[in-house]
Design a protein around this ligand. Structure first.
Ligand SMILES: C[S@@+](CC[C@H](N)C(=O)[O-])C[C@H]1O[C@@H](n2cnc3c(N)ncnc32)[C@H](O)[C@@H]1O
Length: 364
């Protein structure tokens, strides 16, 4: 069993991304999920998961409980250790410094040496408290603070988990801020969201991912860095040229990417997302970020027709798609033959909410 420490503001979204790197994933408390199995190299490429640890035990979110778990655990490891504790969103009020000191003391009593700089084994201790309810799949859903009295009451959880660090995600997204890329245009997707939607669409070594409205190529860069081969089209020649510049810059390097995989191949051309020059089932997943507002960049399309046409083409060429937009487009997706597997609303700022739809091709 593994413990995943989720990042960002939306655990449901983080857990959906993490499912691309883990099996049997289930959220257990704010910021925390457990999984039956993980693929460490994919954990390294996640945007909204920080770490995965091999679960040693769990208890309630207080220090006495954490001590009891560690004292009772059988530890089949040798070498030096360090303890790192976190209190998710400060929810439990446990002193993490004291937890690190006291739990480290227990490990010393059990014969381990402590090496804070370069330990052979790092024990992750996570405290989390919050209110949860279960969805239809038995997954715990986090509930917002301040929900009104009419809302169904959830279960209050108090959890402490202890586990040996197995894999950490590579936090290098700051090096790919849209404004720092060789080609920048307003409206570029930030690399964290781009990585998450690429992962949700199935980006990994051996898979091919298409962004038919690729803009500056933000999604394709992130998909390529986790090893996927990527294809992009954009209606504007300027965008296709710019995306090529960005992909050349980030994907044409000899050394493996920071996540440890070989960068994927890339191909970008000018094209219309409603009439793709691709055979049926040509790719494994499609991601697109639909134009915002009323106007598309192609005079011949209204935005509604553009999105409906792009959804239909995506459904022809791939079994899975992730669509990001300023509205839901769920009705158009269903009419194009998709099933809505999950949907999320992400507030970017006061006047912009991004909708993310995860789509699976409906079986005939
Ligand atoms: C919101 S932007 C995509 C931004 C992109 N995700 C990024 O990170 O730069 C939408 C893109 O769709 C393109 N577009 C509009 N109509 C299109 C069509 N019919 N076919 C292909 N691309 C189209 C626009 O030129 C624009 O670059």
């Amino acid at each position: 069993m593994y413990l995943l420490e989720l990042g960002g503001e939306d655990d449901a979204f983080a857990a959906r991304e993490a499912a691309s790197a883990a099996t049997g994933l289930r959220r257990i408390a704010p910021g925390l999920a457990v999984a039956g199995g993980i693929v460490p190299r994919r954990i390294r490429g996640l945007a909204y998961t920080h770490r995965a640890s091999e679960l040693l035990g769990r208890g309630a979110a207080d220090l006495a409980s954490a001590r009891a778990v560690l004292e009772a655990a059988s530890i089949g490891r040798e070498g030096s250790v360090a303890v790192r504790a976190t209190d998710v969103h400060g929810s439990s009020g446990v002193s993490t410094e004291r937890a690190e000191r006291e739990l480290g003391g227990i490990l010393v009593d059990r014969g381990f040496s402590v090496d804070l700089d370069d330990p052979d084994h790092l024990l992750r201790v996570v405290f989390s408290e919050g209110v949860f309810e279960a969805d239809a799949d038995g997954n715990a859903l986090e509930r917002a603070e301040g929900d009104g009295p009419d809302e169904p009451t959830g279960e209050r959880v108090s959890v402490c988990t202890l586990g040996w660090l197995t894999a950490e995600s590579v936090r290098d997204f700051g090096t790919r801020a849209p404004t720092d890329k060789p080609f920048f245009q307003p409206g570029s997707m930030d690399p964290l969201l781009a990585r998450a939607v690429a992962n949700m669409a199935g980006a990994r070594a051996g898979a091919t991912i298409l962004d038919p409205m690729c803009g500056t190529g933000g999604v394709l860069v992130e998909a390529g860095l986790v090893g996927a081969d990527v294809i992009g089209t954009d209606a504007q020649a300027k965008m296709a040229r710019g995306a090529r510049e960005n992909l050349r810059h980030f994907l044409e390097r000899d050394e493996p990417s920071p996540t440890g995989v070989s960068r994927g191949s890339w191909h970008v051309g000018r094209g219309d997302a409603t009439r793709l020059p691709l055979a049926d089932d040509a790719v494994d997943g499609v991601v697109f970020d639909a134009p915002y507002g009323r106007q598309s960049k192609i005079d011949t399309h209204r935005l509604e027709d553009l999105v409906a046409g792009a959804l239909a083409e995506a459904q022809r060429v791939a079994p899975r798609a992730v669509v990001v937009a300023d509205r839901s487009w769920a009705g158009e997706a269903r009419r194009a033959g998709w099933e809505l597997e999950a949907s999320f609303e992400r507030r970017v700022h006061r006047s912009l909410t991004r909708y993310v739809m995860v789509l699976e091709r409906r079986s005939p």
